[in-house]
Write a protein that binds this ligand. Structure first.
Ligand code: C5P
Length: 303
């Protein structure tokens, strides 16, 4: 029986995000478009006789039972009544507090990895309830690719048309708390039932006529208020991305990372170089489709 598994936990961006209102459970009703990108953390799972432990090379990531990946392992262990434990090792590449879902992705990778190592046979469907309890973004990472997120963002539907694009990711190096951005939003929330930007996008996209101009991120203004230093960067980053031909330049989730989406590699590389020349941390990557996400998962290595 395999005892060790090495896997990739990918980042996501939100191509669009609409906040529709406040829910009874204190969360917000969302409509969002998730997209996996190929930036990833490395997660190594090693079965051990007892207990869940976690190590991470990033100073802002907790290395105790509060770590979301450790909580995922603990939850699955209790659910599956598994007698053995696991040591989790995370090598971070996804910025922390950047709106890229790194913590949620790590947790989902742990669920899927341990489902395999512990031979529980739950699969993404069987894991989705546990995932939901861990965090609103975790269920999405059981699926990946281009997907619509409803309710708290935890009701996830893959889109038939999966995007293939080049992505420039810009990390202003500012840590933004998602909970605080949502809380700030509450003081100014107006009902948005009529907001349909993501639906416009999805229907136009199905016709194959790129409709990025419909997309918006309702968290951006609150994020810029929460992190005033980010505002100084936002305008310039967006301007460079658009100047170099991005079809979409937006904040991901509650920030702080901005991204640009490009149909071709060259302009994406030019944008990345221009941003780097200004002293910014930028990288070029690609989107992953649902199928590519599944393939990457299939290639996870036992050691
Ligand atoms: O679920 P997760 O712990 O990732 O969410 C972080 C915080 O973001 C929550 O504590 C909540 O304050 C806020 N949130 C929200 N509505 C959502 C998702 C997240 O208010 N749909």
């Amino acid at each position: 029986m395999a005892r060790t598994l090495k896997l990739r936990a990918y980042a996501k961006v939100n191509l669009g995000l609409e906040v529709l209102g406040l829910r009874d459970d204190g969360y917000h009703e969302l409509r969002t478009l998730f997209q996996t990108i190929d930036l990833h953390d490395d997660v190594v799972l090693r079965l051990q006789p007892r207990g869940v432990s976690v190590r991470c090379d990033h100073p802002l990531v907790p290395q105790d039972a509060t770590n979301l990946a450790a909580r995922a392992a603990e939850a699955l262990r209790a659910y599956g009544r598994v007698p053995t434990g696991v040591a989790i090792e995370i090598r971070k590449r996804i910025p922390v507090g950047g709106g890229l879902g790194g913590g949620s992705s790590n947790a989902a990778a742990v669920l899927m990895g341990l489902d395999r190592l512990w031979r529980l046979g739950l699969g993404p469907d069987g894991l989705s309830r546990l995932a939901r309890r861990l965090g609103a973004d975790v269920p999405y990472f059981l699926l990946g690719g281009t997907a619509l997120g409803l309710a708290r963002g935890d009701e996830v539907y893959p889109l038939r048309r999966q995007l293939r694009a080049h992505v420039v990711l810009v990390d202003p190096g500012i840590h933004v708390s998602t909970a605080r951005v949502f809380a700030r939003l509450d003081t100014r929330l107006t009902p948005r039932e009529k907001s349909n930007s993501i639906y416009y996008f999805v229907s136009r996209e199905l016709e194959g006529s790129g409709a990025y101009r419909f997309l918006q991120n309702d968290l951006e203004e609150a994020a810029l208020e929460e992190a005033p230093a980010l505002r100084e960067h936002a305008g310039r980053i967006r301007a460079v991305l658009l100047r170099e031909g991005a079809c979409l330049a937006a904040l991901s989730g509650s920030g702080s990372n901005y991204f640009g989406l490009f149909e071709n590699a060259r302009p994406a590389q030019r944008a990345c170089a221009a941003l780097a020349a200004e002293g910014r941390t930028a990288l070029v990557g690609r989107t992953l489709t649902l199928e590519q996400y599944r393939d990457a998962w299939g290639r996870a290595r036992n050691r």
